[in-house]
Design a protein around this ligand. Structure first.
Ligand SMILES: [Zn+2]
Length: 99
């Protein structure tokens, strides 16, 4: 075990270090998969949900963000770190299957 490498590898990507419970979500629109410490049935997708679909004028109301991300699984304990690592590798490691 090398202490320094452990710290780098164990850096959490989606949720804060030490998170012991979080939700695993998948977006039904863009298929993004991510973790969030908030656990709810549906939430606004961080990938596609916050960007407006069309240009809106200053006098128009923001379109209501759609909650496209659906809770797949509640992760606890070691699963949090495992999924965080898997997902962050998929995002940063050149695997474009999900993009
Ligand atoms: Zn999305």
């Amino acid at each position: 075990m090398i202490k320094v490498n452990d710290e780098v590898v164990n850096k959490m990507y989606y949720v804060p270090d030490g998170t012991d419970r979080c939700g695993f979500y998948e977006c039904t629109r863009c298929q993004a998969r991510f973790l969030d410490v908030r656990i709810m049935q549906r939430m606004v997708c961080p990938e596609c949900g916050e960007a407006p679909d069309m240009e809106i004028g200053p006098d128009e109301l923001m379109p209501e963000a759609e909650e496209n991300a659906v809770l797949q699984k509640i992760l606890e304990g070691e699963d949090v770190e495992r999924y965080d690592r898997l997902l962050s590798l998929a995002v940063t490691g050149g695997d474009f299957e999900w993009v």
